[in-house]
Write a protein that binds this ligand. Structure first.
Ligand SMILES: NC(=O)c1ccc[n+]([C@@H]2O[C@H](COP(=O)([O-])OP(=O)(O)OC[C@H]3O[C@@H](n4cnc5c(N)ncnc54)[C@H](OP(=O)(O)O)[C@@H]3O)[C@@H](O)[C@H]2O)c1
Length: 321
């Protein structure tokens, strides 16, 4: 483990994934979490000339931790869905940072692409455990260190929280919960000087599409559009997808910007809402206009005319009736 230097700001990021470059290419995936870490690492070096940032990398798999340690990072084991693991992590981190945590990045996440009619509730609960309840638990566990540093919490949400991602109802609901939770948390933590930033993440290259490949059940009402379901499983990796490094660098740079008061914050300082990644600008624009714009765009984006033809009421036929 690398040591903590005086006055060095600490960043704790949940959910690292490190892969051999060759493997990463083979899986058509990438190394988002590692890049986030490096961006904080390098970003810190160039922005904070005094000492740089001290990145504490966490992951649940020992082989990932070993690789990160080899790169010279502080590492701590953490399964964000396990209360005991969070408690131990908090203890370990306090030894590394002297009880002050400047930035907590709640990045660990679980994708969930399945038609709402085909979901299994234990599976849904597992997604909410990782995407929602784990964030709540991490905030409660680390709030002492965050208050001590007057720190910043970055919760990684998604454009899916404000757009109807076809076959993504569970994921959308979990990420919308992150937004709603964070918005209120921001008010409640303001008296203690702790800030809350939400990343409205667009499509970014990562390993997400290779996480637990889902299968459409034989008796699914969507069997006729199985090809669209398959297309949807890898949508985030094929739709204006932004490079991980580009995304990570911007997230890091914006999170380290100075604090501006009120609405000026979004223009000049660290934004409360960080809209970035593939399609983020368009989603922000549509969202600002009204939900009907987003719904109308998504109808075509998610191939609903084709789905209606194959399993629904074709508008052309409806007209003829
Ligand atoms: N990529 C996109 O287009 C996109 C878009 C919007 C939002 N996001 C969000 O961005 C975040 C990062 O995802 P990603 O796209 O980089 O996917 P990813 O490559 O699959 O990374 C997800 C990471 O979360 C970790 N994780 C999952 N469950 C965990 C647990 N219980 N404890 C600790 N770590 C856990 C995974 O670790 P293991 O390797 O051990 O499973 C993995 O390192 C997620 O919150 C995701 O929802 C991504």
């Amino acid at each position: 483990m690398s040591g903590h230097m005086p006055r060095q700001k600490t960043v704790l990021v949940t959910g690292y994934a490190v892969h051999q470059e060759v493997l990463a290419i083979a899986y058509a995936s990438s190394i988002t979490d590692k890049v986030i870490s490096f961006a904080f690492y390098n970003g810190g070096k160039s922005i904070d000339c005094v000492s740089g940032l001290h990145v504490i990398a966490t992951a649940r798999r020992p082989e990932v931790l070993a690789e990160l340690a080899e790169l010279g990072m502080s590492t701590v084991a953490l399964d964000v869905t396990d209360a005991e693991s969070i408690r131990k992590c908090h203890e370990e981190v306090a030894k590394l940072n002297g009880g002050k945590l400047d930035i907590l990045v709640n990045n660990a996440g679980r994708t969930h692409t399945h038609p709402a009619l085909d979901i299994s509730l234990p599976d849904v609960r597992a997604t909410f455990e990782t995407n929602v309840f784990a964030i709540m638990a991490m905030v409660q566990a680390f709030i002492d260190q965050l208050i001590a540093a007057k720190g910043l919490i970055i919760n990684i949400s998604s454009l899916s929280s404000i757009t109807p991602y076809l076959f993504g109802s569970v994921y959308c609901a979990s990420k919308a919960a992150v937004c709603a939770y964070s918005r209120t948390l921001r008010l409640e933590l303001a008296p203690f000087g702790v800030r809350v930033m939400v990343s409205m993440t667009g499509t970014v290259k990562s390993n997400t599409a290779s996480q637990g490949h889902r299968i459409l059940p034989e008796n699914s009402l969507y069997q006729k559009v199985k090809h669209i379901f398959e297309w949807r499983l890898v949508f985030s990796q094929n739709s204006n997808t932004m490079g991980t490094e580009t995304f990570a660098k911007k997230l890091v740079a914006d999170s380290l910007r100075s604090e501006s008061p009120g609405w000026l914050r979004s223009l000049f300082g660290r934004p409360d809402w960080f809209w970035y990644g593939g399609m983020a600008r368009a989603a922000w624009f549509g969202h600002s206009f009204g939900e009907w714009v987003v719904d109308a765009v998504c109808w075509n984006k998610f191939r609903m005319p084709e789905i209606m033809k194959l399993i629904g009421e074709d508008p052309a036929q409806k007209k003829r009736k």
